[in-house]
Design a protein around this ligand. Sequence first.
Ligand code: CU
Length: 283
Amino acid sequence: MLDYFPENVSSVGIEHDELFALIYYICVGIFVLVNVVLLVFLIKYRRKKGVRAYHFHGDNLVEFVWTLLPTVLFAGLGFYSDDLWTRMKYQDKVPQADVEIDVMGQQFLWHIRYPGPDGVFGDKIPAEMSSSNPFGIDPKDPNGKDDLVVQNTFNLPINKMIVVHLSSVDVLHSFFLPNFRIKNDAVPGLWIDVWFDCFKAGKYELACAELCGSGHYAMRGVVNMQSEEDYNTWLQGKYDAVTASLQPENSTAEVASPAAESTEAAEEEIVVEESVTEEEAAH
Ligand SMILES: [Cu+2]
């Protein structure tokens, strides 16, 4: 049954799967034990002629044991998994990042922000957040001018520590990378760090795992995990386009700044979702 999992491609996913397997086998063991005992008792104490039912008022020892055993089991699993949980979820335990990106959930797409050719993210100002600027990049901050924002499909390097700064524009979403065993709520107004690595190049699904509205089912992206060289080539191509769009001779031609580009894509996506919803409603 454990083979039904999507393939794991992250080192932290190996730890998750080991923990899951342990709990799974404990549950299977208890399930078998309980059902065998049930079956034996059903047969042994079935209705027989001449035998009357026997009533008694409990057994302190038995009750003590069946309270103690689950307590020890659950507390044990809690302590055993505490280290992994702490490392995954505690914001002060986030490892040193090789690559940092911002991810913003929005009904019904993902915005992904890279720091741009200067390698520095522009400041974020909540008051600046809009459909054309989902991250609220400060228009006055020169570091933000070259920030690259893409939608749904994005690339990252393998064998690097990736730290995602995660938030949401509108409602609760959930950043779910099944192949990395990563799932974390994206909460409006909160920036939460999520980290992972990956040891196998390939294209992996990014799903939204929180029912966030009528287009929730279609809120998915693809993360393309590449070798460092391929990733750098991809990123350089994107950054060259950003740099070109920031040249003074192009600025009059309204060549989309990264933020403006993201608006169009965002609106396009949303329009598609709405039309699908309407079609469905018509049926
Ligand atoms: Cu969502």
